[in-house]
Design a protein around this ligand. Structure first.
Ligand SMILES: [Zn+2]
Length: 112
């Protein structure tokens, strides 16, 4: 039984692949031919998993001066757009660390 509600089939091909969509499904979504599918999706859209993954990656990239992978930033942004409070805390933390530009945060979606 899934604990996360299904979301529209949107995102970069890299994100859709990371989520577990089949190549054919990604191609059809790029063409706008489908808006949902039956792919077995990885639980990467669970906010708790996104928070844990970001914290783990920050520990990995900070010592070497690297940035967060784009696909992870995209996963976080989907949570920000869904007004997930914990993910907004993480986003503000990333801004403080210099790993995220505050200018690109979707502030209109910040929980009140
Ligand atoms: Zn799919």
């Amino acid at each position: 039984m899934p604990t996360v509600a299904p979301r529209p089939l949107r995102g970069t091909p890299e994100l859709l692949a990371a989520l577990g969509h089949a190549p054919g499904c990604i191609e059809l979504s790029k063409q706008g031919s489908i808006s949902s599918c039956d792919c077995a999706i990885a639980p990467l859209e669970d906010p708790a998993i996104v928070v844990g993954m970001v914290i783990r990656l920050v520990r990995m990239v900070r010592p070497i001066g690297a940035s967060l992978p784009d696909v992870v930033v995209e996963l976080l942004f989907r949570q920000l757009l869904a007004r997930e409070p914990a993910c907004w805390v993480i986003a503000d933390w990333l801004v403080d660390l210099g790993l995220l530009d505050s200018q690109i945060l979707p502030d209109a979606r910040r929980p009140k």
